[in-house]
Every structure is written in structure tokens, then in C-alpha cells.
Design a protein around this ligand. Structure first.
Ligand code: ACO
Length: 703
């Protein structure tokens, strides 16, 4: 397929060089801090102090007009006085001075900057911010901010922020749109001993945004997982070009349905901006978390090795917590190893006589640290077991700290060979035990649900990362469809009539039942007979009538020529009475079809552009709102996944003889995205699907 047969969905800026230059931001040989101050209360002091205290090994140049040295580091009065090039510059001077400093960076061959300074687009000074972006673009400078608290990158011992001084080192890169949240979570992760490779505050995202950072961390050997906190995306189409090579967990706040209220069609009313964000994340293979504890748990588990199969075991000392973990596993689709004889043979030796070897392996409240160690050792060493969930309820006879240490030792002995997650419920001692586990990169938490959902995320990522490379490309619609749309536009209409919508969609590949148009009753009889259409639905065709049923303009189940003539006469009478001024073009005829009622639609999101919807149709649309979306362009495999995403998927798989014709649903979704860039909204509701195929029983296109 030649590239010109694809629909262009807008030009997207390619920031490849900037992504490469982020190397100079996170691993610079030399750093200058412009605005470094000797006054401890000032931001410029805090940043320099953080860099010094964290033990950055490269060259460090504080820039200050008056001071000769700050914190024992010799100062320069200007960037231009520093000998040689400077890889990376932190800018913390008042807003009016920032552009001048950036110009000096250009002279020093700087490849990366972070602009801490506030007072740009966030207060409406977009021109001033654009001027910074222009300089950065012209000189390939990777620019973070402005209006950011900076970043920390633990592998380089570089804390170029005015946030907390210390961070536990680890493999999670945390990118945050909110500076305040990032600062507070730095403290929280430190307390929980969750290790981070990086914390980056995005600020105003004048240049470097989520896409560039994800693509940088994709290739960073010190990062295993990327966590994004997001309030909104500046450019959805650019975001959709993000390459995802490592697990990305997204915590997105700010769901809004305001946009949805304004939309006219079913598709529009179901497409709140948050729904489209979910679609975009699914499409890119990113995983969404609902709150920050869930997000960090998922990230910690995603740093674990991949499971080599689906069989998990639960090791517990409490029956109740074991049952609750079993429930969570069932809800999450995590399979527990079922082989009572084998489990009895392997685990009986780990517990008192009254313990249970039926997965959950219950070493009982009397089972001490030794029981835990033995059971964990067996679970880690047996190849038939692919994932281990350890639960502990605090008792006076078993010290949780000892249990934690035993787990760490056994896990290190087997060289971290499979995923293990731990939940410890109890007081102070359990909290210490959790910290010991986290410190040793064994995900530990206080909630069963979080441990299991973390493991589920790991399985989810395994599925995402094993998907074959999928190419999303949209083929141009045929000329006849575009000509028809153009003709309607020229007439000054904002919508296509039913037969016009059918013609456009059919030309793009949407499967239709037999259909036709008729001006007289005899035309209608001829049309139905030649196309072998009976039983038939008849609908009035008029530019002046939108709600056809309200004026008696819909008659269903017409079975033969006599009924057709009678129906035609009755419809004309109804319309003459109820809409006397309407200009009638004739009637639409359509073969009656049945099956499961679905809906396929398309509307335009302000951030992401055209998005296609699939879900349960007919009367279920409003009641169940069981729909899913994809942003155009999407791959055929994505259309297949859409069918599997709705809640009523079991119905579509086949229930009591009814089932969906999935190939033709996929065909419909792929056909609708062809027309998406040229129209405003599409509604195919209902799309009937049965074992023979899918059929658009009604079709509507808005321009
Ligand atoms: N070259 C070298 N040094 C300079 C220059 C220059 N061109 N211009 C000024 N300086 C020095 C100043 O003399 C001063 O040093 P001193 O303390 O020795 O006198 C130092 O740089 C700082 O300049 P000040 O004018 O004192 O500016 P101040 O520190 O008050 O404010 C700042 C600068 C911090 C950048 C401020 O303008 C600002 O934007 N603050 C908000 C930052 C922020 O909140 N960012 C968002 C974070 S996200 C979050 O918080 C959640």
C-alpha cells in the first residue's frame, strides 16, 4: 500500500533529536545553575544544595553575579565566563531574564535545560513561552518546563530540583504534570521505601512532554517502568505517536463530561473526554491506574520478572485473607494452580497437621517464620508455579520482620526468577516488614486487592508486549463517497439523508442489508421484488424531517406488494397531515434484519480528533452505555480488541444460539474510520449482528 493512499490525520512534530538530547539532561558531564544563590531560603540555593548533597560527579558551575563561591563551589558571574561547553543548564532567574540566559546556553553549546521559573503560559504569557520554545527548536535544546520544580535522576546522583533532597533509588521513572503531587509523592515513596530512577516535573510542557520522556526512558537501561501522572494532553495526535517499549502506567485525573453534553449524536453523548483518554491509553498499550497507591503498586510489580505461565499460588497464615485473595484472583482472571495431590505432596511438610495444602497454602496462625520460609522456598523453586502471592496477618507468635527477611533471602537465592507479591496486615512491625521488602525490590503492601491487581497488571503487560507489531493505516475512501459528501456540503446541508449515508458507508465497506429508494408506490414494489427484499422497513426521505417516527414516517415489517402499496399510501397521508410543508423525496426501503443490536459511531474529540465507537446498540445505548472507543487511525487488531472490551462481550461470543459475526463488525469499524477525517459524526444504530453477518439497519452522517 503506497503511503499516499493513507489518510493524513494532521502533521505531527517529530522530536527525535530532542529525545536523544535528553541524555544530556539526565546524564550530563557538566551542569550550570543560573540563579544559584547563597541565601538558604531561595529556590536557587535549594537546587544547588540538592545537586551538591546528592553527590553529582560531573562538573558543577553555580552562576551568580555577586558571589565568588556558594556551598564551597566556585561561582561564575555568567554562563559565558565558564570555560568550554556546558551540557545542561538549570535556569532559576526571574521570568524577564530567562530568554537572555537561554541565548547564552546556545553560545555554550548546551543540549538540555530545565527552566524552573514561573510566569509564562500558565499566566497567559504564551508569546514569551513560545519565544523560548523557538530558541530550543532552532538549536535542538531539550527544554523542560518552564514552571517546573525540576527533576531527580538517581542513577546519575543528580537532584536538579527544589524538592526533597533524598529519594530511594529504583527502577521506576515518575513523570508528573503536577509539581506539587510529585514533590509530595517523593516523600511518600521515601517513607514506603519504593525505589525510583527518576522524578520529573513537566511544568508547562513548552517543549518536552510525556511522549519525549516515555521515548527517552524506553531506552534508558536504569528504568524498567514509566509512571505518568497526567491532567490533560496538549496535543492528542502527537501523543498517539508515542512509542511504548516498556510498561507505562498512567494516572489521569480530571474526567469531564462537559464536551459530551454538547454533542448531538449517540456517539457524541457517550464520548466524554475521559473515555477517549482511556481509548488512547488502551490503543498505545499503556495501563491506567485509578489512584496513586494502585499506580505505585502496579509499577513495583512491573519491575518483577515476567511469569513463565499462568499458575499462581497463595501462601497465607490466615484463612479469611486467603479467601479474599482467592476472590480477587478470580475477579482479575489470575489462575490459581489446581492439583491437590501435587500440592499436598510438595507443601505438607511446611505446616502443622491442621494446615491446608489446597491453594491457598495455609500454614495457619501457628505456622511460624520457618513455615513461611519453607513454603516460599518451594513455591520459588518449583517450575510448575509461575507467580507467588504471600499473605501475612500479624500474630504474636510470628514476627513479620523475620518473615520479610526470609522472603528476601529465598528470593535472592533463586535470583529473582519469578514474580512474587506480598501483603502484610498488622501494626508497626508489619509496616517495618513491608519497608524491608520494598527496599529489596519485592513489592509489598497492606491491601490484598492491590497486590493482586499489581500482578494482574504484570500479566496484562505480558499480553501487550507479546502483541505482533500492528500498523494503523487508514485507506482513503472511494471518490464516489467523497463526491457525494461534497455535493451535500455545496447544498448547504449539515447532514446526509439516510440513503446518502448508506451510499457513502457502503462504498467504504460497511455491510448493509438490501436497501433502496422509491418515489412512488409502484417503484417501491418493483425495488423490493427485484432485490428480493421482503420483509421491508419503509422510512420517509425528506431534508425537512429529522424525527421520522414522530410524523408517522416509519412503517416496519412490510411483507408483500399489497402491504407495500398500502404502507406507501398511509405514510404519505401521515406526512401530509403531520409535516405539511416538508419536501418529500420519496421513501427509503430496507430489508428487515435481526440479531444482536450493536452501535458503531464516530465523533471528533477536541484533543485526539476522530474516534470510532463500538458497543451495545438500540435501546441499550442510553441505559447501559456499554461502549468502547479507538482514536483514528487504529489497526485491525484494535478493532478486534474493541469487541472484547465491552461488558456484554459474552453475548457477542454466543449465548443461547445468538452470537455476533465478529469479522463483519471489524469490517464495519475499519470502514467507518476511512470516512472519519471527512465528516463530523457517524451513527450506525442499530448494527444488527447474527451468525450470517452484520447489517447497518440505520445510518446517519453529520457534516
Ligand atoms: N545570572 C546570574 N545570576 C543571576 C542573574 C543572571 N542573569 N539574574 C539574577 N541572578 C541571581 C540573583 O542575583 C539572585 O542571587 P542572590 O540571591 O545572590 O541575589 C538569584 O539569581 C535569584 O534571583 P532573584 O532575583 O533573587 O530571584 P528569586 O530567587 O526571588 O526568584 C525564581 C527566581 C525562583 C526563578 C522565581 O522567579 C520563580 O519563578 N519562582 C517560582 C518557581 C516555581 O514555583 N516553579 C514551579 C514549580 S512546580 C511546584 O512548585 C509545585
Amino acid at each position: 500500500m503506497s503511503s499516499d493512499s493513507h489518510v493524513a490525520c494532521g502533521q505531527v512534530e517529530d522530536n527525535k533529536v530532542k529525545v536523544q538530547n535528553l541524555q544530556h539532561v539526565f546524564n550530563p558531564r557538566s551542569v550550570a545553575v543560573v540563579g544559584a544563590s547563597a541565601e538558604p531560603g531561595k529556590i536557587g540555593y535549594q537546587i544547588l544544595n540538592n545537586i551538591v548533597q546528592n553527590g553529582f560527579k560531573g562538573k558543577l558551575y553555580p552562576i551568580n553575579k555577586k558571589a565568588r563561591e556558594i556551598l564551597g563551589v566556585p561561582c561564575f558571574s555568567s554562563l559565558l565566563d565558564v570555560p568550554g561547553d556546558i551540557d545542561f543548564v538549570v535556569i532559576a532567574v526571574p521570568a524577564p531574564l530567562v530568554e537572555g540566559v537561554l541565548q547564552e546556553c546556545v553560545k555554550k553549546n548546551t543540549k538540555g535545560t530545565v527552566i524552573i521559573t514561573s510566569g509564562f503560559s500558565e499566566i497567559g504569557k504564551t508569546k514569551e513561552e513560545q519565544a523560548l520554545k523557538d530558541i530550543a527548536d532552532k538549536n535542538n535544546i531539550a527544554l523542560l518546563g518552564p514552571n517546573t520544580f525540576g527533576f531527580v535522576y538517581t542513577p546519575a546522583h543528580l537532584n536538579a530540583s527544589f524538592g526533597p533532597q533524598n529519594l530511594a533509588a529504583g527502577k521506576i521513572a515518575f513523570v508528573s504534570q503536577s509539581g506539587a503531587l510529585a514533590i509530595s509523592l517523593m516523600g511518600w515513596t521515601m517513607m514506603e521505601k519504593i525505589g525510583l530512577a527518576a522524578v520529573v516535573s513537566l511544568g508547562n510542557k513548552a517543549d518536552i512532554g510525556e511522549k519525549e520522556l516515555i521515548e527517552y526512558f524506553n531506552d534508558d537501561p536504569n528504568t524498567s517502568v514509566i509512571l505518568i501522572y497526567m491532567e490533560g494532553i496538549k496535543d492528542g495526535r502527537k501523543f498517539m505517536t508515542t512509542q511504548v517499549k516498556k510498561p507505562v502506567v498512567v494516572l489521569k485525573s480530571g474526567s469531564s463530561s462537559r464536551g459530551a453534553q454538547a454533542a448531538a449524536s449517540h456517539t457524541g453523548s457517550l464520548a466524554g473526554s475521559d473515555t477517549i483518554y482511556t481509548a488512547a491509553f488502551n490503543q498505545l498499550g499503556m495501563m491506567r491506574a485509578r489512584n496513586f497507591t494502585q499506580a505505585f503498586c502496579a509499577c513495583s510489580v512491573l519491575c518483577m520478572p515476567m511469569p513463565k505461565g499462568n499458575d499462581a499460588v497463595i501462601i497465607t497464615n490466615g484463612g479469611g485473607i486467603g479467601v479474599s485473595a482467592t476472590d480477587e484472583c478470580e475477579h482479575s482472571g489470575i489462575k490459581l494452580l489446581e492439583d491437590p495431590v501435587w500440592l499436598e505432596e510438595k507443601f505438607r511438610c511446611t505446616m502443622p497437621e491442621f494446615g491446608s495444602t489446597k491453594n491457598p497454602i495455609d500454614v495457619t496462625g501457628g505456622g511460624g517464620c520457618k513455615s513461611y520460609r519453607e513454603a516460599v522456598k518451594i513455591a520459588l523453586n518449583e517450575a510448575r508455579i509461575h507467580a507467588v502471592i504471600v499473605l501475612y496477618c500479624e500474630t504474636a507468635v510470628t514476627d513479620p520482620v523475620e518473615v520479610a527477611k526470609a522472603i528476601v533471602e529465598e528470593y535472592n537465592t533463586v535470583k529473582r526468577n519469578k514474580p512474587i507479591v506480598v501483603t502484610m496486615v498488622g501494626g508497626e512491625r508489619s509496616r517495618t516488614a513491608i519497608q524491608i521488602l520494598n527496599e529489596n525490590q519485592i513489592p509489598a503492601m497492606t491491601e490484598v486487592r492491590e497486590a493482586v491487581s499489581g500482578l494482574k497488571t504484570l500479566y496484562h503487560w505480558q499480553e501487550i508486549s507479546s502483541r505482533p507489531k500492528e500498523k494503523a493505516a487508514v485507506v482513503l475512501p472511494p471518490a464516489q463517497a467523497l463526491e457525494l459528501i461534497e455535493r451535500v456540503r455545496k447544498e448547504g446541508r449539515t447532514y446526509l439523508l439516510e440513503h446518502e449515508s448508506r451510499e457513502v458507508l457502503e462504498a467504504c465497506g460497511v455491510p448493509m442489508p438490501k436497501w433502496g429508494m422509491a418515489v412512488t408506490a409502484e417503484d417501491a414494489v418493483r425495488e423490493a421484488e427485484t432485490k428480493k427484499m421482503y420483509p421491508v422497513a419503509m422510512k420517509i426521505a425528506s431534508v425537512d424531517i429529522i424525527h421520522k417516527s414522530d410524523v408517522g414516517g416509519v412503517i416496519l415489517n412490510i411483507k408483500n406488494a399489497d402491504e407495500m402499496r398500502a404502507a406507501f399510501a398511509r405514510m404519505m397521508e401521515n406526512v401530509a397531515k403531520n409535516a405539511p410543508k416538508a419536501k418529500i423525496m420519496g421513501v427509503n426501503l430496507c430489508q428487515m434484519v435481526d440479531g444482536i443490536q450493536c452501535i458503531v459511531g464516530m465523533n471528533k474529540d477536541p484533543q485526539f480528533g476522530p474516534a470510532v465507537m463500538f458497543g451495545m446498540g438500540g435501546i441499550f445505548v442510553e441505559v447501559l452505555k456499554d461502549v468502547t472507543f479507538r482514536v483514528v487511525p487504529f489497526a485491525e487488531q484494535d478493532a478486534v480488541r474493541m469487541i472484547g472490551e465491552i461488558k456484554a462481550r459474552k453475548l457477542l461470543d454466543g449465548y443461547r444460539g445468538q452470537g455476533a459475526h465478529k469479522e463483519s463488525i471489524v469490517k464495519t469499524l475499519m470502514a467507518v474510520q476511512r470516512i472519519a477525517p471527512y465528516v463530523k459524526e457517524v451513527d450506525i444504530n442499530p448494527l444488527f449482528t447474527n451468525k450470517d453477518g452484520s447489517f447497518a439497519a440505520d445510518a446517519r452522517i453529520l457534516l
